[in-house]
Design a binder for this molecule. Sequence first.
Ligand SMILES: NC(=O)c1ccc[n+]([C@@H]2O[C@H](COP(=O)([O-])OP(=O)(O)OC[C@H]3O[C@@H](n4cnc5c(N)ncnc54)[C@H](OP(=O)(O)O)[C@@H]3O)[C@@H](O)[C@H]2O)c1
Length: 348
Amino acid sequence: MPELIYSLAGKRVYVAGHRGMVGSAIVRRLASEGCEILTATRAEVDLRRQDQVEAWMSENRPDAVFLAAARVGGILANATYPADFLYDNLVLQANVIHAAHRANVEKLMFLGSSCIYPKFADQPIVEDSLLAGSLEPTNEWYAIAKIAGLKLCQAYRKQHGRDFISAMPTNLYGPGDNFDLGSSHVMPALIRKAHEAKINRQQEICIWGTGTPRREFLHVDDCADACLHLMKTYSAESHVNVGSGEDISILELTRLVSKIVGFKGKITRDLGKPDGTPRKLLSVDKLRTLGWSPKIGLKEGIADAYHAFLDGHCLERSNGQSDISFERAKTSALHAPTHSPVAHHPRG
Ligand SMILES: NC(=O)c1ccc[n+]([C@@H]2O[C@H](COP(=O)([O-])OP(=O)(O)OC[C@H]3O[C@@H](n4cnc5c(N)ncnc54)[C@H](OP(=O)(O)O)[C@@H]3O)[C@@H](O)[C@H]2O)c1
């Protein structure tokens, strides 16, 4: 068992971005830590506004902070709004990190993402690959901001002795995910496609490209568990990858999702569409050495994500049509609901 170096029990813990996929999972996980969970909606505190962040922080005096707020989006959103992605994330994270320093916050975790690594990094990607090559241009705006965020944590540690750490999660899925086909990631898109094909009695679903690219996935509740583990047992400058350490091809994943959802038709491939990077897998050696490994298998996790999708927002009409709102599903069958009043709020 790794040594407990920071206990959350009895602490005032602020989760920035508590309505998001990761933030809400952290809130669910914190419910069993015996701490007081602090949150603020965007209407109460716009994290891009330094005055609002500093006022809230000095009034509420959290002991610990999880920084899970970010302007998040896919390739299209990055390409369309590069200034917003760079500016919002740079400013938001700088405001929270600096205000946490000024308010003497004991411990802070910054959440980044695997997009910080060079496009052609060796696989599995080790933490030391950071800044060893050029970024993937499609989301460099977001990546640059995230790299600045983790560097900011390192800088406050170096200059001010602050215990600010950073975690870099792989692709996440689960409750709270975005199921809008126009902007969703591959896992929720496949779940929704397979579900709609089943309901509409379609003969086939089509995936982009050859289906051979391999990707890694981690259930968001596992990610939250890893974040708490690091918060309690890790204190150092270097960021830590958070992943499952296993990858799967998109074709295999489509088969698995179809089976879980109950879609029995054919899977076809649109070979005119691009494949993207052949493989993206994080090295999780460091996290394992620190004593954490995932608990939710892919099958179990996808079933949970599908239930969350159905529970939250998919109303199947008696005529077999689906009526799906684009709000995010928030419930998890894997973990008991938290007593926190904020955990299951819809996005607003
Ligand atoms: N999802 C993934 O697959 C994944 C993978 C790796 C890493 N991560 C990292 O995890 C973090 C959270 O991602 P997520 O998927 O949970 O994103 P998300 O669901 O979009 O949630 C982001 C949260 O940030 C809040 N926020 C954004 N701008 C704000 C502002 N100006 N003021 C106040 N709140 C603001 C949003 O508030 P509203 O609810 O008001 O919009 C939302 O609650 C990010 O750093 C991301 O890079 C995510």
